[in-house]
Ligand binder design. Structure first.
Ligand SMILES: NC(=O)c1ccc[n+]([C@@H]2O[C@H](COP(=O)([O-])OP(=O)(O)OC[C@H]3O[C@@H](n4cnc5c(N)ncnc54)[C@H](O)[C@@H]3O)[C@@H](O)[C@H]2O)c1
Length: 701
């Protein structure tokens, strides 16, 4: 024994493979030899006891895995976070380990019953004590990391385990003395590998091959320059020797049958406690979140965002609302290894409603534009959500809120406005970075935003059940009636599929009956609508027979030609050339329309705006003040409109492709509803439902 290092072990008197809770146990039930296990364990014990103190916890009948003391808990200094086992097969070990820790005078922290965390099996200290690597994905729940971080006052770097064979972090990851790391990269997701690479320099990373990984080479006990493991290949031994380590092999095959080896059989009790957090060059910011944080999953979403973005967190305070309806608040310290990563994370946290602590609040940083139409690289890019910015100590509401803009501040008044990059003028002052910016949605809205992801994953699976489509149609019909009665504003964004699927007549009716106040689309919706109105075909297909008409492929060109002769769609209506259809109804009912050009366009029609900046401005003008936007089977125009629509406007997107619906949801609109269905069918159901409402003479308030 050379040092004051101590380990906890548990003799394998009751060890055997009794059940299957990991892939290693499969096929091994009652196939281990107690005699060999005892001999192998004794050898390991002796190797460790020659170099450190070893304490023993009494083995208990009926708890065969108690031999794997790494899962007793996580120790740091005098504090222990007791394990909460995921599987009932191991939960009975908890009180025995708790008793042992308490008997040693440790302060024991206990996680809530439904929050699994499997101790030092899933939480490994950097050997310099700078931070804690914590695994999740199989046995340990990510949410437990926040509590561990708070209780032990240490930075936690969460790693997502992906391979079921490596179900605990210590089966594929082993921090070694002097900042070295032995690990098996394929056991982790891409983000986790990136995080590891950010923290551990290449010369200190010892990545192993699968052959060593399945011999549990990472499940090693490291004492100073010694690495004790079941088995290592010659290459691995050489690589470790090069880094100054000596490998001691001791066969632990009987324990491999239960999915464990040297590290699993030990718990290091003396872990270094760093009086001050080591300097890592990390950036840290503290934000506060308020709302129904647990009910809505908002806090776990925020923590996920931090992790997915490449940062880590510590939950500093968590004030739980006392009653169901009362709000909670959490202060979260976010750490990131670079400014770029911190900026990305902060942008998303601001969207979720996180704000800097009052003491840390600063004015927004302004930079003056020196080249028209060009912003500084670190400009803040706006979202659809109502936003406030801090100017000379005061929070100012941003005007003209839209997505993908920059915020220009006039300090004298002060006024803050969203502007497009191309509209920036020399001398404009734009916000850079994320200081002094907050999103001002209500708690309820933010909760709905968090829930929206789930909603849209459902949509994304393409399983909009018939009943669900009906329910949405009923809701949309109700909204259309209500808005028409109240003088609200509805815009329809439509693609040519509306006409191909026989929805043209239904859309015409909606316009004629006053349900639509603006129509937006491209050249195609108008061309195909006019072709159908004049020649009875859409792209040459007879809309009544459903068959191709001889020479029909030229029909859309003939339609375009007729309108060009008249000079505009409105002229064609006035001259009696165009007598029915969607565009006809727009002209007749004074419903403004805008047709934005594209590279695909034939003709184009004289009304189609081929100057896209002009078209964008026209779209923005038409959707101003809208209450509801119906997006009907046009990916291009629906997404274009989605990007320029502020939060608060209800959007309904109908498309046969779930990816389009999800894409619109990705902009994070709270009010988006997606319907994965045929647009012709949707429109026919919609007019039927409106008829029903009318027949019943329902007065919609
Ligand atoms: N002749 C022309 O001038 C011409 C012809 C076609 C398109 N265009 C132009 O090209 C641009 C893009 O056209 P777009 O908006 O049609 O294409 P788009 O690819 O942007 O969108 C078409 C959408 O319709 C969806 N869809 C297909 N079948 C459907 C169904 N039965 N029910 C519901 N959704 C369905 C698709 O999934 C897709 O998302 C527009 O500007 C358009 O005007 C011009």
């Amino acid at each position: 024994m050379t040092s004051s290092i101590r380990f906890l072990m548990c003799a394998p008197h009751h060890y055997e493979v009794d059940y299957v809770i990991n892939p290693w146990m499969e096929g091994n039930i009652h196939r281990s030899s107690l005699e060999t296990a005892q001999e192998q364990w004794q050898n390991l014990y002796q190797i460790i006891a020659d170099r450190a103190d070893v304490d023993l916890v009494k083995p208990q009948q009926g708890w065969p895995d108690m031999v794997f003391t790494a899962n007793a808990g996580l120790i740091l200094g005098n504090q222990v976070v007791l394990s909460r086992f995921l599987h009932p097969e191991r939960q009975g070990e908890e009180p025995f380990f708790k008793e042992w820790f308490e008997a040693q005078g440790h302060q024991v922290f206990t996680l809530p019953p439904e929050l699994p965390f499997e101790g030092a099996g899933d939480a490994l200290l950097d050997r310099e004590g700078r931070w804690l690597w914590a695994g999740y994905g199989f046995r340990t729940e990510l949410d437990s990391h926040g509590l561990v971080a708070e209780w032990l006052n240490i930075e936690v770097l969460s790693l997502h385990l992906m391979d079921e064979r490596f179900y605990h972090l210590d089966t594929c990851f082993c921090p070694l003395t002097n900042g070295y790391l032995l690990y098996y990269p394929p056991a982790f997701d891409a983000y986790s590998n990136r995080l590891i690479e950010l923290r551990v320099p290449p010369e200190k990373r010892i990545a192993i091959e699968e052959a060593d990984a399945i011999n549990f080479a990472c499940n090693s006990v490291n004492i100073d320059s010694l690495v004790i493991m079941n088995k290592a290949s010659d290459e691995l031994k050489a690589r470790l020797a090069e880094a100054g380590f000596e490998v001691v092999e001791t066969p632990l095959t009987e324990f491999l049958k239960a999915g464990g080896a040297a590290k699993c059989l030990t718990l290091r009790v003396t872990e270094p406690l760093h009086p001050e957090p080591a300097k890592t060059g990390l950036l840290s910011r503290t934000v506060t979140m308020t709302g129904h944080l647990l009910d809505s999953g908002l806090v776990s979403r925020a923590l996920d965002l931090v992790m997915e973005g490449g940062g880590s967190f510590q939950v500093l305070n968590f004030d739980l609302g006392e009653q169901r309806q009362s709000t909670s608040s959490a202060d979260i310290r976010v750490s990131a290894p670079s400014q770029e990563i911190m900026d990305e994370i902060m942008a998303q946290l601001i969207d979720l409603g996180a704000v800097a602590l009052p003491a840390e609040q600063q004015d927004a940083h302004l930079v003056t534009i020196t080249q028209a139409g060009v912003a500084p690289d670190d400009f803040y890019s706006s979202t659809i959500y109502p936003t406030e910015v801090r100017v000379r100590g005061e929070w100012v509401r941003v005007q003209g809120q839209r997505m993908d803009g920059v915020i220009v501040v006039s300090e004298s008044e002060p006024v803050a406005t969203c502007k497009l990059l191309r509209d920036l003028a020399v001398g404009d002052q734009v916000i850079v970075g994320y200081d002094g910016i907050r999103s001002v949605r209500s708690t309820k809205d933010r909760s709905r935003a968090a829930a929206a992801t789930e909603e849209f994953s459902f949509m994304g699976s393409g399983v909009s059940s018939e009943r669900r489509v009906e329910l949405i149609v009923e809701q949309v019909a109700w909204d259309l009636r209500r808005l028409r009665d109240q003088g609200g504003k509805v815009a329809v964004v439509a693609g040519p599929v509306v006409i191909h699927t026989g929805g043209g007549d239904h859309l015409s009716r909606l316009i004629r009956e006053g349900y639509v106040q603006a129509l937006l689309g491209g050249n195609a919706i108008a061309v195909h609508d006019i072709e159908q109105a004049m020649l009875g075909t859409s792209l040459g297909v007879d809309m009544k027979q459903g068959t191709s008409v001889r020479g029909g492929h030229r029909h859309h060109l003939r339609a375009i030609n007729s309108i060009r002769r008249c000079g505009s769609i409105a002229n064609a209506v006035d001259q009696g050339v165009l007598t029915r259809g969607v565009l006809y109804e727009c002209v007749k009912n004074d419903v403004p329309f805008s047709l934005a050009g594209s590279i695909r366009d034939d003709g184009p029609l004289p009304d189609t705006k081929m100057d896209l900046l002009e078209a964008q401005a026209d779209y923005a003008r038409l959707i101003e003040g809208c209450d509801l936007i119906l997006m009907l089977s046009t990916m291009l125009h629906a997404i274009g409109v989605g990007n320029m629509t502020p939060a608060g406007v209800k959007m309904v997107c109908v498309d046969i492709n779930p990816a389009v619906v999800t894409k619109l949801a990705d902009r994070g609109s709270l009010e988006s509803t997606g319907v994965v269905t045929d647009v012709g069918l949707f429109l026919s159901l919609l007019v039927k439902q409106l008829d029903r409402l009318t027949q019943r003479h329902v007065v919609v308030q």
